[in-house]
Design a protein around this ligand. Structure first.
Ligand SMILES: [Cu+2]
Length: 509
């Protein structure tokens, strides 16, 4: 196998940007100049890539997106070219923006030279438009998917969902953020200027070989734990810096990693407001200092810049061998030295340095209420289904839901349209799994019998189920019946999904 670079060696060899910015204690009249010095140092680093905003073209009452899945090379480090894949560009894709109520049409051309799909994660749509394993696009072929945007304003995303190939394809870059906006949210005056005070952050860990290529290895460890990298990329930029022209920033975090779980926080301990989960706004802002996301999950936070000092968003790697204990995966990355000698911990990544511009707009205070929705009522449910996540010892046969591995020819569940149901997801394995359901935004009734934390009080499409735990979800499918063509439910650790921890359901009349 290729020589694998550690994060520290990658920095050294590729002459990449300096490591996390160190801000020492400020004192007396040196304070301002030190602050400015620190800001100047930070600005030497690579600027955050903001994915281009793509709003499609209006054609015959539809918002039409032209998307090409293609190969290319990307320079993640100075002077090094890495073979990658992307959507309309070499790595990842543009941010696709649409509005609730839009009729959209996705025209997807596959120029990858291998079979691929493009799944619209978080969307309620016809099964034929879902972009799952049944909507394979052959090499050189095109696929068209039309649907109405039904769910709330939020950050969604699209990514490969090819059977047994979603892991390597997403790892190479086949994913992109999607913004859905709506009038309710527009009226709130939240930071909404794309790339200025409303920023998507697609967080992904990767491993690079010494020739600069991405290493995707299906060895035993990666098969079990999922593909874990030791270099963190944000929108495809390593340890980026962002110059803030507003005192109030809305960061839309997407854990787009194959397998790694993160806990995000600001290095100075600063608190922020949690305003949205996977499927849209929470009822009100929740003050928090940390936010955890498993692969597939999203969160939106609003942070205030209180002075001229740069602030650093960092991510602790969280062990998925039981998130409840809060145990951290140690030794998964190198130690990076800051410029004044202080270090991020071995299990901590620099995500983003935010450097306040000298001239900044003030930003409006957040409303005390963001939206309203009823509490999830388990009494609505007329049926309960149970899903048990299992990991046996045989790697390729051991990843199961209800004891069965994914089979394209088998429909596992038939769900009547419009019927409220409780889905009980139990984790009978030793690892936490993010459980994702297609064609739904569900509510979490309880987690291990306890009320869910703030980030889980709103609409979700992906939920972590810890070892030994049962999470109860309330959901119904409101439209889009198809007696034959199924949707998926699966673990969003992509290597687990590819190895069979996935099932199929149809929505019936
Ligand atoms: Cu899993």
């Amino acid at each position: 196998m290729a020589d694998i670079l550690t994060r520290r060696r990658a920095l050294h060899l590729f002459g990449g940007a300096a490591s996390a910015l160190a801000i020492g204690p400020l004192s007396g009249c040196d304070a301002l100049s030190d602050t400015r010095k620190a800001a100047t140092l930070a600005l030497d680093r690579r600027p955050l890539t903001i994915p281009p905003l793509e709003q499609g073209k209006q054609i015959s009452g539809q918002r039409v997106f032209d998307l090409v899945l293609k190969r290319g090379t990307t320079s993640f480090f100075e002077g090094v070219q890495t073979p990658t894949i992307g959507i309309n560009q070499s790595y990842l894709g543009p941010t696709l923006q649409m509005h609730r109520g839009d009729r959209v049409r996705m025209l997807v051309k596959n120029e990858l030279g291998e079979h691929a799909t493009l799944h619209w994660h978080g969307f309620e749509l016809p099964a034929s438009a879902d972009g799952g394993p049944h909507q394979t696009i052959a090499p050189g072929a095109s696929w068209s998917a039309a649907f109405e945007v039904r769910q709330r304003a939020s950050l969604y995303w699209c990514h490969s969902h090819a059977l047994r190939r979603s892991g390597p394809q997403v790892y190479a870059g086949l994913a992109a953020p999607i913004y859905v906006r709506d009038e309710e949210e527009d009226a709130l005056g939240l930071p909404s200027e794309y790339g200025v005070d409303d920023i998507p952050l697609v967080v992904q860990d990767r491993t690079f070989a010494s020739d600069g290529s991405l290493v995707y290895s299906s060895n035993m460890q990666n098969g079990m734990m999922g593909m874990i990298g030791d270099v963190l990329l944000v929108n495809g930029t390593h340890e980026p810096v962002f110059e803030a022209r507003s005192n109030k920033l809305r960061l839309r975090l997407l854990n787009g990693s194959n397998a790694r779980f993160y806990e995000f926080a600001f290095r100075n301990g600063q608190t922020f407001d949690l305003i949205a989960s996977d499927g849209g706004l929470l009822k009100r802002p929740f003050r928090a200092s940390r936010v955890r996301l498993a692969p597939g999950e999203r969160a939106q936070i609003v942070i205030d810049l209180v002075d001229d000092r740069p602030i650093d968003l960092v991510a602790d790697s969280v062990s998925n061998m039981g998130m409840m204990g809060g145990g951290r995966m140690m030794g998964m990355g190198g130690i990076m030295r800051g410029q004044r000698g202080d270090a991020l911990r071995a299990d901590q990544f620099a995500v983003l340095s935010i450097v306040p511009a000298e001239d900044r707009r003030k930003g409006e205070p957040l409303p005390s209420e963001l939206t309203s929705f009823a509490a999830p009522d388990p009494a609505l449910a007329v049926a309960t289904r149970r899903f048990v996540l299992g990991m046996g010892m045989g790697m390729m046969s051991g990843f199961t839901i209800n004891g069965r591995s994914m089979n394209m020819a088998r429909i596992d569940e038939r769900v009547p349209i419009g019927q409220w149901e409780i889905w009980e997801v139990e984790n009978a394995s030793m690892m936490a799994h993010p459980f994702h359901i297609h064609n739904a935004q569900f509510r979490i009734l309880d987690r291990g019998g306890r009320a869910p934390p703030p980030l889980e009080t709103g609409f979700k499409d992906t939920v972590v189920v810890n070892p030994g735990e049962t999470v109860r979800l309330l959901l119904r499918f409101e439209q889009n019946t198809d007696p034959e063509l199924p949707y998926m439910y699966h673990c969003h650790i992509l290597e687990h999904e590819d190895a069979g921890m996935m099932g199929q359901f149809v929505v019936t009349t």
